[in-house]
Design a protein around this ligand. Structure first.
Ligand code: 6PG
Length: 250
């Protein structure tokens, strides 16, 4: 499986940096699709072969609910994976969805900045897992939601002169995002963070995602946030099933 090979390559690479603890930093996705992947990692041969002590777990987004809530992305990953493999609590950095959303976002950004150890550079995750919503969202970056402004402000290499730009000193890594379509608020990494990742893997299954998958491959646009995932140096992969590929699957 690519996952094992990727971990081994990244861990050995980071291990060669003097004084740098060899570790693999992964941001997990929520939703139903990745659950099967997480569960698979708890089984042979992955359970035995993955260097669990080298993995550091983060989340790309979280719902504004406590970790015990059935909608919690942390809760899903904890029950499907983390509670079943030898990972210490110090390797797991969850988004505290139970906090007030602006505070939760600020706190998580501080955790990332502390972990990645720099005030200026963007964080470079070893792997960010993403799902794809039927409406084209990914993480909790929804069409028309304020969080996409971060993409406009920073990923074009210059600050856009828009009403949001002067609202804060620099593009943010994590924001709380009002999702009107779902009448909820989510906490999410911003698109620039995703596009700084060394590897980004989408996991998409089911016929209902065929149309949006095709759209996401086309021209990048705000009407399909997933299409804005274009890692600057990293590797982008789509893991899809035949149903998603539709007729082209043959
Ligand atoms: C979430 C995810 C979200 C998800 C898509 C696809 O918190 O729900 O971050 O982006 O990946 O909505 O969800 P499914 O895998 O359940 O189709």
């Amino acid at each position: 499986m690519d996952f094992l090979a990727l971990i081994q390559s990244q861990v050995s690479a980071s291990g060669t940096i003097p004084g740098w603890p060899s570790r693999f930093r992964i941001a997990l996705s929520g939703g139903a699709t990745p659950k099967l992947f997480y569960q698979r990692l708890t089984q042979s041969p992955y359970r035995e072969q993955i260097p669990w002590d080298k993995l550091w777990f983060f989340w790309g987004d979280e719902r504004t609910v406590p970790k015990e809530h059935p909608d919690s992305n942390f809760g899903m990953a904890d029950s499907a994976l983390l509670s079943k493999v030898p990972v210490r609590s110090g390797q797991v950095f969850r988004i505290r969805g139970e906090e007030a959303p602006p505070q939760s976002a600020r706190e998580y950004e501080a955790i990332l900045r502390n972990h990645f150890g720099s005030r200026d550079e963007w964080p470079a995750f070893d792997l960010i897992l993403l799902g794809l919503g039927a409406d084209g969202h990914t993480a909790s970056l929804f069409t028309g939601s304020p969080a996409l402004q971060e993409y406009g402000i920073s990923s074009l290499g210059r600050r856009k002169e828009d009403r949001m730009a002067e609202a804060y000193p620099a593009p943010r890594w994590v924001v709380h995002n009002v999702v009107r379509a779902l009448q909820t608020v989510r906490i999410t990494m911003t698109m620039p963070v995703i596009n700084q990742s060394k590897n980004v893997w989408f996991m998409v299954t089911g016929l209902k995602k065929a149309a949006v998958f095709a759209r996401a491959q086309e021209k990048a646009g705000y009407d399909c946030p997933a299409s804005l995932v274009r890692p600057l140096q990293g590797d982008l992969r789509w893991y899809v099933d035949k149903a998603v590929l539709g007729n082209s699957a043959g």
